[in-house]
Design a binder for this molecule. Structure first.
Ligand SMILES: [Zn+2]
Length: 119
């Protein structure tokens, strides 16, 4: 900050050789400090980005686990439906001729595929 004093001195003021040396030195020190400050800030930014990446990866893992849990619950509810419902099968005409399962239950909407629900 001290070198700013020189900047604000009137232009008409004569500056001695030593004062100029002082201005140059202070400017160089300031540039060097700015360089290290910027380097440090960049390093901190990289660390912040990496920390955020870790948080996001952890969140994805957590959400994947939740999806797995919900899929398991859904599967279990299909097993229950399969056992409890008195199915009435109806042909689904949107199925292709080579689809292995073409019938669904008009009550519970499950496919007539015992292998899928024997868990
Ligand atoms: Zn049914």
């Amino acid at each position: 900050m001290e070198h700013l004093l020189f900047v604000f001195t009137p232009l008409t003021t004569r500056i001695t050789y030593y004062e100029w040396v002082w201005v140059v030195l202070l400017t160089l020190i300031n540039l060097k400090n700015n360089y290290y400050f910027n380097k440090m800030t960049t390093h901190n930014n990289i660390q912040i980005i990496m920390n955020n990446q870790t948080l996001m990866r952890n969140k994805i893992a957590e959400l994947r686990q939740q999806i797995d849990n919900i899929e398991t619950l859904l599967e279990q509810s299909e097993f229950k439906l399969w056992r409890k419902c008195k199915h009435e099968w109806k042909r689904d005409y949107s199925c292709m001729t080579d689809d292995p399962i073409k019938y669904y239950c008009i009550h519970c909407k499950l496919w007539n595929d015992p292998r899928r629900y024997d868990g």
